[in-house]
Design a protein around this ligand. Structure first.
Ligand code: ADP
Ligand code: MG
Length: 378
């Protein structure tokens, strides 16, 4: 496809994707300008004043008219806003059905609960949703929350001028975002509550009015309830490994505040793609072995916990290093630490989970024709 559009191709009615930015031309009647359509350079500037267009966020527009088509130096392409660009997240594998559900939930402004084993991509997904929708991303780990107020302030003890200790309330990123969102209704905020299952139940309960239709929180510094503006969206994540099957400590009333979305590890070919992108020096065959072994471990019925994409990524970091140099014969040694090391016990103790994982690593590697030292030499 040629790098630049011709005017003939841009017939009225044609729908294309564009990303607008504030128009640098000060004397222009248009506030927003784009230079590319569907990633190709446009033959004239594309201008718009549509308030639904958010600068920097891809959207779909329809060509309405081309002004001054016969002048090279002037004119503009007039477009009409059609809607947001199709949901697409660069570099993150997302099950297509989950992607569709996610788009619906996000458009509806519902609170979302990402539910899946550790390292299946919940955090990268939330972060890239924010990026691709032009939202400010607020990451908050709930693991350290003991009291309800911890969501909104931390208490810090400092020395005063006289040396006597004074306590100071410091707003958390969540509270700062809620305040900022009220001042900037044109901005959008995504508050990501990571490991929501790990905070104290009572603290979580106090968060509930923020998440239901009351949408307000108690501001511990101002001693009053403040409303949560509509431009704040919550996404929470819980790690549900097999060891937590059935329950993860969030009661039904709390769960009901969220639209749950189940996630799981990417299918092996998708994981190979993710790793190939990060470790371009490694051969596809090697990546397939690493992912194949991980897949066998994830599918093993009686192991607690599971193996995250961090584990396969770590094995690749070793392999990609010149000290190991994409040598598959190093895999037994690498997986002893990167895979077995993530389970309780020791790789050489068959009565432990790490030992059970080592047995699986051995068989899977042997099936993949990777030499594994004999038991006696281990
Ligand atoms: N579906 C996925 N697509 C792309 N990368 C992934 C995916 N799942 C995991 N990863 C990678 O694995 C690592 C852990 O992912 P993370 O999002 O932190 O997992 P979680 O939050 O579910 O524990 C990150 O480096 C991430 O890039
Ligand atoms: Mg995470």
């Amino acid at each position: 496809m040629p790098a630049k559009w011709t005017l003939d191709e841009l017939t009225p009615g044609r729908t294309v994707e564009a990303t607008f930015w504030p128009n640098p031309a000060e004397d222009s009647a248009f506030a927003l300008r784009a230079t590319h359509l569907d990633g190709r350079r446009a033959p004239k500037v594309v201008l718009s004043n549509d308030p639904r267009i958010v600068p920097g966020v891809p959207c779909l527009v329809k060509v309405v008219a081309v002004h001054k088509p016969d002048r090279d130096d002037r004119g503009r392409i007039e477009v009409a806003y059609v809607g947001p660009a199709p949901f697409r997240i660069e570099g993150v594998y997302l099950d297509p059905i989950v992607a569709k559900k996610l788009q619906v939930l996000l458009e509806g402004g519902l609170n979302i609960l990402l539910d899946g084993p550790q390292g299946c991509g919940k955090t990268v997904l939330a972060r890239s949703i924010a990026d691709s929708l032009g939202m400010a991303f607020v990451f908050f780990n709930c693991g350290a929350v003991v009291e309800a107020s911890d969501f909104f302030v931390t208490i810090q003890v400092k020395a005063s001028a006289s040396g006597a200790p004074v306590t100071d309330f410091v707003k958390t990123d969540i509270l700062l975002a809620i305040e900022e969102a009220a001042e900037h209704p044109e901005r959008r905020y995504l508050v990501f509550l990571d490991e929501l299952n790990r905070c104290q139940e009572s603290a979580r309960n106090a968060l509930m009015p923020a998440l239901d239709s009351t949408r307000r929180v108690f501001h511990p510094i101002e001693n009053t309830f403040v409303p949560i503006p509509d431009n704040v969206q919550f996404i929470a994540a819980v790690n549900r490994g097999r060891e937590f099957s059935g329950t993860f400590g969030i009661d039904a009333a709390q769960l009901d505040r969220f639209a749950p979305l189940q996630m799981t590890y990417p299918p092996p070919p998708a994981e190979v793609e993710i790793l190939a992108r990060r470790h371009p020096g490694l051969s596809k065959a090697t990546l397939e072995v690493v992912v194949g072994v991980a897949d066998a471990i994830r599918n093993a019925a009686d192991l607690p916990g599971s193996l995250s994409v961090r584990a396969t990524d770590e094995a690749c970091v070793y392999l990609a290093h010149p000290l190991f140099g994409d040598d598959r014969r190093a895999l037994p040694e690498i997986l002893k630490t990167s895979f077995c090391g993530r389970f309780p016990g020791r790789w050489d103790d068959v009565t432990t989970d790490a030992g059970a994982v080592w047995a699986l690593v051995r068989t899977s590697l042997q099936q993949a024709q990777v030499p594994v030292p004999d038991r006696d030499d281990d």
